[in-house]
Design a protein around this ligand. Structure first.
Ligand code: UDP
Length: 373
């Protein structure tokens, strides 16, 4: 079969590779002038620093097959994400761990004491937390919530944490030991030369043709048997039911010499600091040495037409609209919607790859039958 894959990010690269290896013809197009979508990395010409152009991407997974998959295409080097937070005039360690708790409350508690102490702070009358705020009050109590989560989340999502689902906070652990690794996955690392060479290697197959700076046109469909769409779900339908809400990010880039902030990610919990965090990109590749430094101040705001969509908001009104778009997508024959934008979900890279592998396997199994999808 002949597949047109729209978007040269992880979803289409991984699916395209599987389909190409099974003998199908794959054309990958992207409106941007590079592959790898939002995990695109680029060396800064002046400093040589590997820059995560669309914000930091740290690879972490428990899925051994996915870990083996990415390691097949590039060398991953060990990287642990150790995030700090500046709030209320001090620097703390994240995710909230025993060091954070002891420093914040001026104590020297051991794990069991800290657990009891936090349980005492927590609002145990909340049985089944539904909102972000309820989840925070239930598990860390009001003081830690105010310092680390309330202001940051208002800036990140542009609304009150009472309007957001508890699931967003559930991404973050609270630890009663001194483990300050932001993620708890078994496998973590960074591709030695960045994500873009990795995606280029995945796409490097004789049955795959890549066309960059090539926006999708509906007329392209006629030349292919099946379309895989990793662009925005609502964008495929020309936004005819309305726009699904996203947050976009503005990066204020600046350079420095030496080590500007001493770590890769510094979050800012205070509401009156307008940015959410500052990332210093050289620290994402600690095995490299550079005199210069490239940093991003990160600001979050509502996504307007023409902006790059980053985070699907998925609040009540978006959920209803999403259901309508999903119905439309299901009625559309000859097109499969994939990835973060194509399915309007908050997906980490490992989940994106897992889903792409599984969808491609599903295609191949279906094609083994009557040859149709
Ligand atoms: N969050 C917060 N304070 C922090 C870091 C995270 O309040 O210092 C909240 C914020 O609402 C964020 C959510 O926790 O969207 C999930 O955090 P994560 O680090 O997973 O955010 P992402 O990777 O999506 O930027």
């Amino acid at each position: 079969m002949d597949f047109l894959m729209v978007g040269a990010g992880l979803s289409c690269a991984v699916m395209g590779r599987k389909l190409a290896e099974a003998g199908h013809r794959v054309t990958v197009i992207d409106s941007r002038d590079h592959v790898a979508g939002n995990c695109h990395t680029e060396r800064d010409a002046d400093t040589g620093v590997l820059v995560h152009v669309y914000g930091p991407h740290i690879f972490h997974t428990d899925d051994e097959e996915v870990w083996d998959y990415v390691n097949h295409y590039t060398t991953f080097l060990p990287y642990k994400n150790r995030v700090k937070s500046t709030t209320q005039g001090q620097v703390f360690s994240l995710p909230v761990n025993l060091h954070t708790i002891n420093q914040f409350f001026g104590k020297t508690m051991r794990p069991d004491e800290a657990r009891a102490f936090i349980e005492d702070q927590a609002d145990t009358s909340i049985d089944d937390p539904q909102t972000f705020e309820e989840q925070a009050l239930r598990f860390v109590g009001p003081d830690l919530y105010e310092a680390f989560f309330k202001g940051y989340t208002e800036k990140q999502w542009g609304c009150s944490p009472t309007e957001l689902p508890a699931s967003i906070l559930k991404r973050l652990p609270v630890r009663f030991n001194y483990d300050d690794n932001y993620f708890f996955h078994r496998f973590q690392g960074m591709p030695e030369d960045g994500y873009t060479p990795m995606v280029e290697a995945i796409l490097d197959h004789r049955n795959i043709t890549v066309s960059l700076s090539t926006p999708y046109e509906p007329s392209m469909r006629a030349d292919h048997d099946h379309v895989v769409w990793s662009g925005p779900l609502d964008g495929y339908f020309d936004y005819d039911l309305g726009r699904l809400g996203y947050r976009t990010l503005d990066f204020e880039r600046f350079t420095a010499t030496g080590d500007w902030q001493g770590c890769a990610v510094m979050n800012y919990g205070d509401r009156d600091v307008p940015f959410t965090r500052i990332t210093e990109h050289k620290h994402f590749a600690p095995w490299e040495e550079h005199e210069g430094s490239v940093l991003y101040r990160e600001y979050s705001r509502a996504c307007e037409p023409g902006d790059i969509p980053y985070y699907p908001i998925r609040m009540v009104e978006e959920k209803a609209l999403l259901a309508d778009y999903i119905q439309k997508a299901e009625r559309e024959t000859g097109v499969t919607f994939v990835g973060r934008l194509g399915t309007y979900r908050y997906l980490d890279m490992d989940v994106t790859i897992r889903e792409a592998l599984d969808i491609a396997d599903g295609f191949l199994a279906a094609l083994g039958g009557d040859g149709r999808l």
